[in-house]
Design a protein around this ligand. Structure first.
Ligand code: PLP
Length: 321
């Protein structure tokens, strides 16, 4: 591989850049949750991060390392989800132009939120146009730097700071579960865990309908699937990247899955028992661990709650079950 893999040193450098910029999110406990699994559970609440998800960490860490020339030209991203808002907010904080390529039929609330952070939104027809081609063309014309959502060493290092904070605050974790889409969050989590808690077993949890990472791990090569149908819209990725796959393959204990029904159940638990709003993708870690069949009894177990951005109308429907 041509790219060198990021290391824990990069996670520490990211933490220094994010200090005073990202929130140090709380680690929540719940006696009811402990009783449910017969274990000591620690929830790292990235649903309470700026813009509502951990993605701010990776986005900001990447943009903060732009050269003066890159900063002047600005950043481009294609995403209809949390990556878009992470890039838009980071660009605003760092005072650089941002353009986000989003499908023209993306939810109005998401288009508005991205514009609200001061980014230019460029829409395309997702049935007839290819977003990567459009993004490449615009980036070329304007000299903007394209930032991918997960397969980038600076993005991965930034995402790792969430687990770093959790492991600093809660020593001696036996298990740690993280949601998994393209693998930026899990890769960063693995870098932090290997350095701070080498005995801790780290698992990624992806949607049952889109278990490409699980298949990739079993096969020993990246498996690409069709866009999965799942309520976990932050993990509808088709494949891991070469960098995320290399780290995950090297360091992960295993990859689990959770069904949409199990995600709904976990979201209800968070709302009812812990009084927190968690988006479907953010509920993957708890849902996957709860139904994994792993013997967690008496263990110290950490969960990354990755985000809390969910449209209120669909949130209501999901909670009603
Ligand atoms: C992007 C995202 C994920 C998946 O992260 P990857 O780095 O792509 O694996 C999980 N949860 C939320 C809330 C996200 O926005």
């Amino acid at each position: 591989m041509s790219t060198t893999l990021p290391t824990y040193d990069d996670v520490q450098a990211a933490a220094a850049r994010l200090k005073g910029v990202a929130h140090r999110t709380p680690v929540m406990r719940s006696a009811t949750a402990d009783a449910l699994l017969g274990a000591e559970l620690f929830f790292k609440c990235e649903n309470l991060q700026r813009m509502g998800a951990f993605k701010f960490r990776g986005g900001y860490n990447t943009l903060a390392q732009f050269t003066p020339e890159q900063k002047k030209r600005g950043v481009l991203a294609f995403s209809s989800g949390n990556h878009a808002q992470a890039i838009a907010l980071s660009a605003r904080i760092l005072g650089m132009p941002a353009a986000i390529v989003m499908p023209e039929d993306a939810p109005a609330a998401k288009l508005a939120a991205t514009r609200g952070y001061g980014a230019e939104v460029i829409t395309y027809d997702r049935f007839t146009e290819d977003r990567e081609a459009i993004s490449q063309r615009i980036a070329g014309e304007r000299g903007m730097t394209l930032v991918p959502p997960f397969n980038h060493p600076h993005v991965i290092a930034g995402q790792g700071t969430a687990a770093m904070e959790l492991l600093e605050e809660v020593p001696g974790l036996d298990y740690l579960f993280a949601p998994l889409g393209g693998g930026g969050l899990l890769s960063g989590t693995l870098l932090a865990a290997k350095a701070l808690a080498p005995q801790c077993r780290v698992y990624g949890v992806e949607p049952e309908a889109g278990n490409d990472a699980q298949q990739s791990l079993r096969k020993g090569e990246i498996v690409k699937i069709a866009t999965p149908k799942t309520i976990a819209d932050g993990a509808q990725t088709q494949a891991l990247g070469d960098i995320t796959f290399a780290i995950i393959r090297r360091d992960v204990s295993d990859i689990l899955t959770a069904s949409d029904a199990q995600l709904g159940e976990a979201m209800r638990f968070y709302a009812e028992r812990m009084k927190i709003v968690v988006e479907p993708t953010g509920a993957l870690s708890f849902a996957g661990a709860r139904h994994s069949g792993l013997d967690l009894k008496g263990k110290r177990v950490g969960f990354i709650i990755s985000g809390g951005n969910v449209d209120l109308a669909s949130y209501g429907q999901l909670l009603a079950g």
